[in-house]
Design a protein around this ligand. Structure first.
Ligand code: SF4
Length: 363
């Protein structure tokens, strides 16, 4: 990765960006990996005055609705269940507790590194109910789809998915359509586009007159994405550009898309802190409905309650920054999080707390 972190090239790109910028602009990145890279490498501090980067709803853990967290907690506490999850969901707060607490109280909660590990567990434990917490954007949907398809092939009736899949383009549209919107250009998440391509963004760019640049995760990728976005804004253009061609093709990964279409269907979805966005999530298709953990465990009507102090919804829409939250670094820390954005490895509050705490708490 060294070539994409070259300090001299980064400085030259920042100078080009400064020359290209004649007016204030607000650009949003929609990827938690990019948010962390921006804060970690101080890329926002290299920008010319008036050019602002705001952080969007690009962390799938952060946007998992609290109702679903509470359902996960209820299922994980059942004695018959082995509840499998990626590690970064374990500290995400539900209404009263998190998965780590359930585990400490005797729940069989296991960290896995792939949904296929959960399928393997199901084959090894025929007398238990094995549940995989399928959280993610379009990026992780193919692997999760493959896990369900495998479970079906192996006849694993005791395997299920608790699905929390979110789709990025409808969330971007919801931000653009909001009266509070101040985003004028987007850096689209490179990894999402690796799977889905970028044709979905073209109608958005046209309808809302907004440039969208498919962007990678390294410092030079991000600065190049910002530069191309600014050049479009300055020239009055609103197009989709793909400088991340080393990983993304226009049509994306079509076999992966086919698998997603086979296993999932598009559904309305609630985004934590933001609310419901039409056609912004994936649920299991009719063919795979028997693998739906919500139905199997009968946890459809769980009551959930957000922390009244947490403003992560505003942060995820680019309206506020993490250090503007009154609880940041005091009542809300990674050890005692009030919201998911403080605890997820891709969360904006976690990034500011890790790399900017001193500046943020002592301006
Ligand atoms: S600092 Fe904590 S309480 Fe504030 S928005 Fe972030 S997660 Fe929520």
């Amino acid at each position: 990765m060294d070539e994409y972190r070259d300090a001299a090239l980064t400085r030259r790109l920042a100078e080009t960006l400064a020359r290209a910028t004649t007016r204030p602009w607000t650009i949003m990145e929609v990827c938690g990996g990019q948010t962390h890279a921006i804060v970690k490498f101080g890329l926002d501090q290299l920008l010319p005055p008036g050019l602002e980067l705001v952080h969007g709803p690009g962390c799938p853990v952060c946007v998992t609705p609290i109702e679903l967290m509470d359902k996960a907690l209820e299922i994980a506490a059942r004695p018959e269940a082995i509840f499998c999850s990626f590690g970064d969901m374990l500290r995400v707060p539900g209404t009263e507790q998190d998965l780590l607490t359930v585990k400490a109280r005797g729940g069989d909660v296991r960290i896995v590194y792939s949904p296929l590990d959960a399928v393997k567990l199901a084959r090894e434990n025929p007398m238990r109910e094995v549940v995989f917490f399928a959280v993610g954007f379009e990026t992780t949907a193919p692997a999760n789809a493959m896990a369900v398809a495998q479970a079906r092939t192996f006849g694993l009736k005791h395997f299920s998915l608790l699905v929390s899949h979110a789709l990025v383009p409808p969330a971007m549209e919801s931000i653009l359509a909001s009266p509070a919107n101040r985003v004028q250009g987007f850096l689209a998440a490179g990894h999402v586009c690796t799977v889905m391509g970028f044709t979905e963004y073209e109608p958005l760019a046209r309808r809302y007159r907004v440039p969208i640049v498919v962007t990678g995760f390294e410092p030079l990728d991000i600065l190049q994405g910002v530069l191309l976005c600014v050049q479009q804004l300055e020239a009055g253009r609103a197009e989709v550009e793909n400088p991340y061609a080393r990983a993304v093709r226009r049509e994306g990964n079509t076999p992966a898309q086919q698998l997603i279409r086979e296993v999932f269907r598009v559904v309305p979805r609630k985004w934590r802190g933001v609310g419901e966005i039409p056609r912004s999530g994936l649920g299991l298709s009719e063919t795979y409905a028997e693998f739906d953990a919500e139905q199997r465990f009968g946890v459809a009507g769980v009551r959930a309650e957000e922390s009244s102090e947490c403003i992560s919804g505003l942060i995820l829409q680019g309206i506020r920054k993490p250090h503007e939250c009154p609880a940041f670094g005091t009542r809300c820390t990674p050890e005692h999080p009030l919201g998911a954005t403080m605890v997820s490895s891709e969360g904006a509050c976690a990034a500011y707390h890790r790399y900017r705490r001193a500046q943020a708490t002592h301006p």
